[in-house]
Ligand binder design. Sequence first.
Ligand code: NAD
Ligand code: DAU
Length: 353
Amino acid sequence: MILVTGGAGFIGANFVLEWLSQSDEAIVNLDILSYAGNLESLGTLMQDERHVFVQGDICDSALVTRLVGRYQPRAIINFAAESHVDRSIHGPEDFIQTNIVGTFRLLEAARSYWNGLNGRKKQDFRFLHVSTDEVYGSLGKGEPPFDEAHRYEPNSPYSASKASSDHLVRVYHHTYGLPVLTTNCSNNYGPYQFPEKLIPLIIVNALAEKLLPVYGDGQQVRDWLYVEDHCSAIRRVLEAGRPGQIYNIGGWNEKPNLDIVHTICGLLDTLRPRPAGPYGDLIHFVTDRPGHDRRYAIDARKIEQELGWKPAETFETGIRRTVQWYLDNPGWVGNVQSGAYRTWVEKNYSRRA
Ligand code: NAD
Ligand code: DAU
């Protein structure tokens, strides 16, 4: 049994689905179902005994303590977070609460649980913290990609909150010996991503004939990784990563935002031609994000060389799959847009605590 937090969000849901397609080891999924949590993404697991869903807050120490006591997980994987940079700029409070206080409370519950274990169970336990490349700040043109020793220089309330959580995780290893692992990954894309993030937003807006907002000059660079590759990397780190270590995860796929938008428009022009003309006509430059980081890029040599991990998708194959997924799942998109995904849960999902 493993305990996953935030397993109804974008990456967490992909992780849960993949895990249970490859293993019979059950998952307890603790998720508060914030606006970003969507149990419809896990609809195929509704009757699956291996998936125990618990709606709750990682800040709730009593709940987390009860869950680890009852289910005795061999690992905790912490995906739960407030994850959107723009939201953090407009309202940082929830980011501080979930990302910092929540991680702290989880670590405390994990420490106390781990202290009570013996022998092999104690030796094998892992706390895996899922973090981001944004903690490293912004790279200049020509600067080498972020490796694990890069200094922390967060620039948004989101990245500062994730940086704080990373430091807490480090402390629990250094001071208390808790067997932690931290992963810092680049930008993910793929199925079930909430359409506030660049790639799903562009796809969904284009299909709805809405403008495609590009911040500033659109020349900011992100390093893109297909979500299933992120999930396979996390599984590999859980299996073979050395406690106390950090692993950067990325696919060597740096692209300027404007190129991403053009690529999506080109795919849609082929897959779902627009009568009014090319989708690129909808591109619209808007005011830049305050404090916008110019470039992220991951040096993934450590995870490649030490753990033998490599991504399966190139950007070209991954983005095609992603665009096709959004075309094939208008119901999921429609329920997110109308807000019906929240009531879908009540109608279709029986909860077990
Ligand atoms: P998401 O916003 O799609 O999902 C977050 C999930 O956490 C949601 O289901 C939400 O309901 C849940 N949650 C929020 N607050 C909670 C709380 N207090 N208690 C329990 N559950 C709570 O995020 P995502 O994009 O899937 O990201 C998952 C993790 O991966 C985050 O920690 C994020 O920092 C990290 N990450 C994301 C990316 C990316 O490109 N999306 C890249 C690198 C790292
Ligand atoms: O690097 C990893 C991080 O990637 C994760 O830790 C975050 O959780 C995740 O949200 C993501 O952060 P970004 O800010 O890079 O992602 P976002 O999709 O919001 O934006 C990607 C780039 O596109 C960024 O440079 C801002 C720009 N952008 C975004 C939106 C939503 C636009 O130009 N227009 C838009 O409408």
